[in-house]
Design a protein around this ligand. Structure first.
Ligand SMILES: Cc1cc2nc3c(=O)[nH]c(=O)nc-3n(C[C@H](O)[C@H](O)[C@H](O)COP(=O)(O)O)c2cc1C
Length: 179
């Protein structure tokens, strides 16, 4: 079985969650690839038996070119470290989904966002889930959020939670059908 985790990240928190989800998946899945959205080619995605997609919440939803540009222009305004991830100024998930052919098979998604009720913060994972359904995949779990503090760093316990979620996804995806 092969799982592919595709992520978008400006400052690294969503990448860290993606890596931890992958670590959890590896407890039961032979091959797990973690790809930046700009490197996630169609062939690799189509070969996945399980696809996991995650991105940061920007302006209450999935990032847009202008929100990524705003973050790139003033990194310290949005993140304590103020250091952009490699590829951060490339495409985002929204554009990536537009270039995908119809897909099939199981998928799951997540976002990172501020630590407040989703009604206030919005959540990118709602949009990601919609894009995945439109692409033709079946979501095997509800969209998940992992929260960051005011400086944009993942809050305590979120990396562990991400790993446990990856583990749960792996066991539900590899479980034999009930007889
Ligand atoms: C331009 C911009 C807009 C943002 N808007 C929101 C928002 O509406 N809601 C929210 O919860 N977080 C918002 N954030 C915080 C991001 O969700 C947070 O920085 C992100 O989860 C960190 O992920 P990354 O380190 O992978 O980029 C925004 C961040 C940026 C840069």
């Amino acid at each position: 079985m092969r799982a592919v985790v595709v992520y978008e990240s400006m400052f690294g928190s969503t990448r860290t969650v993606a890596e931890q989800v992958a670590a959890g998946l590896r407890t039961a899945v032979d091959q797990v690839d973690v790809l930046r959205v700009c490197d996630a080619d169609v062939a690799t995605v189509m070969a996945a038996d399980l696809l996991v997609v995650g991105g940061p919440t920007h302006a209450h939803g999935m990032s847009r070119r202008r929100t990524r540009q705003a973050a790139a222009n003033e990194p310290t305004r949005y993140n304590g470290k103020g250091v952009l991830e490699p590829g951060a100024e490339g495409i985002g998930l929204r554009e990536w989904f537009r270039g995908l052919p119809p897909l099939s098979g199981p998928a799951a998604c997540f976002d990172t966002r501020a630590d407040a009720p989703a009604m206030v913060t919005g959540r990118a994972s709602r949009g990601i889930a919609r894009c995945l359904r439109r692409a033709g995949v079946a979501l095997v779990d509800q969209p998940r959020s992992f929260v960051v503090d005011k400086a944009g760093a993942l809050k305590a316990g979120e990396t562990y939670r991400a790993q446990m979620w990856g583990k749960a996804l792996a066991s539900s995806s590899t479980r034999s059908p009930a007889r």
